[in-house]
Design a protein around this ligand. Sequence first.
Ligand code: KG4
Ligand code: ZN
Length: 345
Amino acid sequence: APFLRILGIETSCDETAAAVVERDAEGRSNVLSDVVLSQLDEHSAYGGVVPEIAARAHVEALDELIDEALKRANVSLSDVDAIAATSGPGLIGGLLVGLMTGKAIAKAAGKPLYAVNHLEGHALTARLTDGLSFPYLMLLVSGGHTQLILVRGIGDYERWGTTIDDALGEAFDKTAKLLGLPYPGGPAVEQMAQDGNADRFNFPRPLVGEARLDFSFSGLKTAVRQAATEIAPLTDQDVADICASFQKAISRTMKDRIGRGLKRFKAEFPDLPEKPALVVAGGVAANQEIRSTLQALCDKNGFRFIAPPLHLCTDNAVMIAWAGLERMANGIAPDDLDVQPRSRW
Ligand code: KG4
Ligand code: ZN
């Protein structure tokens, strides 16, 4: 079958990534290469991503990474049909590096350029991994985003809920920091929580019971700080109990918020030919307790729960190439070379 092939570039946060992906006429994908360089070591000493360090690291790594992606795919630039680069939202320094590199390659090689929205990349990944058809619900929970999105079609998204303060991953990271746990905080908190008593602290469950589908996590973080200050100095058991109680508060919150989302989806699309689906993306999707909460919620509401493999849930360039492919395959025109990066989008 005739197919399209795209080189994807992702530099919106602290991962430098390049990938080559194909899509055939039936919509099936073939990932030829998937290269990701994490800057974790460069940021961990600061307990978070430092934008200036991130931008410089992208500059240093990107051209070699693109070469590597082409080499692993066993293709040259003349063999790709287009370039797709993330143009937002994200850290402006990194976006500039990736988008300008994408433009330069597109211009030099005479290929069209697709400037891709990072969130669209996350949103369409489940079509690459699971061949999912529209519409479906997507929950993006990462260090920078917490969004519940209705995915109606390519370029057709409706945001049903977002955080009004911290992102969920950010809440994990900040909680870890104030408990003296390493960055990134999510895995550290989850590990500590295993030996903790989740009922010791009754942390708040923000917005639970409210009809709107938004999220809020900063009050939870404040409650953790208060509890930690009251019982300081903290023993390992105290830290474990706080982590377990924090995770429980989050699971209960997600259950309420997402549960409402599923009901709204069923009310809007009562007659879908297939079982409806909830897709999860972002680094927090690695959390086992949150995963099993969402799985149980989907089982109860008659939804399929789709969690793509973790390396495609976290930031990568495969999803950017794929979003470009979906647009190209659907006859959507490429972007002009004067397209600008957008830190907010
Ligand atoms: O999608 P991601 O890798 O990238 C960015 O947001 O840039 O997400 C990273 C976030 C971090 O906040 C990290 O603490 C969180 O995902 N995370 C987790 C877990 N693993 C990573 N949060 C909770 N539990 C985990 N196991
Ligand atoms: Zn992301």
